[in-house]
Structures are given as C-alpha cells and as structure tokens.
Design a protein around this ligand. Structure first.
Ligand SMILES: CC(C)(COP(=O)(O)OP(=O)(O)OC[C@H]1O[C@@H](n2cnc3c(N)ncnc32)[C@H](O)[C@@H]1OP(=O)(O)O)[C@@H](O)C(=O)NCCC(=O)NCCS
Length: 285
C-alpha cells in the first residue's frame, strides 16, 4: 500500500464551502451539526488540501448504530485514508457502537466495508415494478383508502408495522414513534395509500405511497407480525394502491421493503422478478 501524509481534524463550515467536487457531491455537514452524535472529520495534506472526509450520525429512530459515509479524493484511494478516518470517527463515539452503511450490491465500496469484516444485516429490492402488473395480485373486499379510517389508526398501524419489521435486525429506540409518524401526511398520497381491515374493523395491513421522489415509493406490511390472514390482507391493500396509481397513469413504482418482510416479499416476487438489491451492512472499527 502506498501511504499518504495527512492529518485529521473537524470538518468546518468553511471546509464545506470550499470543498472540491468529489466532496461536495456527498453533501457532508460540518462537525457536530446536530450534537455529539453527528461528527464529521476531514483528512488534509500538509498544505491544508482535503484528501478525504468521513461523517457519522445516529438517527432519532435508530440510536443503536452510527450511519457512516466516507469519501476519499480519487487520486488518493487505496492508501488507507478511509480506514484511518473511520478509526478516528470510532474514537469520537461517546460509547462504542457499530457502524451501518448501505449501497447497491454492485457498489465497489462494499469491498472497502468487506475489508473491515462487514456483516450483511439486510437487503432491499431496488427494482421498479409496473403498475399494470397489479392484475397479478388478488383484490380484497376489505382493502380501502387510508381516508376511510382515522389518521391516528393509520399512524398506529404504521408505527407498529415499522417496529416489528425492524425488530430483528435494526431495532428502534425508545420514544421513536413520534419521529416515525412526524412527516407521514406531507410525504404520502392519501388517496393512493391503502389499509386492509380486519373483520373487527381494525387495521390489519397498511400500505403508504410516498410521493416525495420522482417515482412513487410504496412501503407496507401487516400491522402485527401475527396478523391473521396477513398475506392476503397485504396483497389486497397493495393491489388497491397499484390500481389507483395505474388509473391515474403512473407507469411504475418502487418499493421500500426488506428481504425479511414475510408478507411483502411474496407480493413483490409475483409483481416482477427481483434483480437488483440494496445491501445494508454493519461493521466495527
Ligand atoms: C470507499 C472509499 C471511501 C475507500 O477509501 P480508501 O481510502 O481508498 O480506502 P482504504 O485505502 O482505507 O481501503 C482499505 C481496504 O479496503 C479495500 N478496498 C477499498 N477500496 C476498494 C476497491 N475499490 N476495490 C476493492 N477493495 C477496496 C481494500 O482491501 C483496501 O485495502 P488495500 O488497499 O490494502 O487492498 C473510496 O473508494 C471512495 O471515496 N469511494 C467513493 C465514495 C463511497 O463510495 N463511499 C462510501 C464508503 S462507506
């Protein structure tokens, strides 16, 4: 390995303003942008020119791991700079916690994570799905618009669903329910979003259509991991959402789901082949 001479220090507002293109592209924020759990470092050569940068932050929903991002100037890669930045970030953690990072499986940066002994904790499909394929799913007579139940019933079902689908691999922290529902109604299309009701009238499955990106993103599962007839309820709710989007002329959607979601994955396999994956890994330093 060729080595490079550099020193690491806090990334400042000024560093961000005068950042070269390779650093600007990743939108790093200055050190401690929120608090002691949001840290950013820069590695500079002896003239003060940046060679690489690293940042870590916890989320309000998942305080148990640090999200991390690193970038090194293309001409200074494979010299150990990212590894050194990661070690320096680890030393700044008030209590040692693992790092979490994800990217498309084809991303070369997975080789860097692998060099640290990264462990895959989840995969999510990256494919787009045609709304015309909705006919492959069975409708359900208890699938409705989310407008037909109270907002709080939808919010409860959403937070319950999020908690159980993450429990095994990325558990939520205490008091995270507020953060989970905070921007729900401004980011979703309520007419296209669906619930499937239990015979009791409660929400058995919830499917929200997020419209804050170019292609609508559908996320959903049963409200509980033990919902009776959950697979059929979820299938019906997704069918309703896709029908509504197709009726408006929306040609395709993405799904925000996990390989471990027991009722969602069979639906996605029915809608189309799963060919591209986002892989989330955990590593220590
Ligand atoms: C990923 C990235 C940050 C790695 O930076 P780096 O300074 O080159 O990484 P290091 O020199 O510390 O690499 C340590 C080890 O990781 C592995 N590795 C790093 N980059 C690799 C690559 N492109 N291909 C294969 N292995 C790689 C090697 O085992 C390497 O050790 P070696 O050079 O002795 O073989 C850099 O390639 C980059 O800036 N990529 C674009 C941004 C990005 O994808 N960031 C996400 C990272 S979390």
């Amino acid at each position: 390995m060729t080595t490079a001479a550099y020193a690491t220090s806090s990334l400042t507002e000024r560093d961000c303003e005068r950042a070269p293109a390779w650093l600007r592209e990743r939108s790093f924020l200055p050190d401690r942008w929120r608090d002691e759990h949001t840290r950013s470092l820069v590695a500079e050569d002896d003239t003060g020119a940046p060679l690489g940068a690293g940042t870590m932050w916890t989320s309000r929903v998942h305080p148990g791991r640090y999200n991390v991002d690193l970038v090194v100037a293309p001409e200074h890669r494979r010299m150990g700079i990212a590894t050194a930045l990661l070690r320096a970030l680890a030393e700044l953690q008030p209590a040692p916690q693992p790092f979490i990072w994800g990217a498309a499986e084809s991303d070369p940066a997975h080789a860097f994570a692998a060099s640290l002994g990264a462990r895959t904790i989840q995969r999510s499909p990256l494919d787009r799905f045609s709304t015309a394929h909705a006919v492959r799913l069975r409708p359900h007579d208890r699938a409705r618009s989310v407008r037909e139940v109270t907002p709080s019933a939808v919010e409860h079902a959403w937070a319950d669903m999020y908690e159980w689908t993450h429990a095994e691999w990325h558990p939520v922290g205490p008091g995270s329910r507020g953060a989970l529902i905070e921007d729900l109604w401004s980011e979703t299309d309520a007419d296209a979003s669906s619930v499937a009701l239990l015979p009791s009238g409660g929400v058995g499955a919830v499917v929200l259509v997020f419209v804050d990106s170019k292609v609508p993103v559908i996320a959903g599962e049963t409200a509980s991991c033990e919902t009776s007839d959950g697979a059929r309820l979820l299938e019906g709710a997704i069918r309703r959402s896709l029908d509504e989007l197709a009726r408006r002329g929306t040609p395709e959607v993405a799904f925000d789901g996990h390989e471990s979601d027991p009722h969602l994955m069979p639906v996605l396999r029915t809608l189309g082949p799963l060919t591209r994956w986002h892989r989330i890994v955990e590593f220590h330093c």
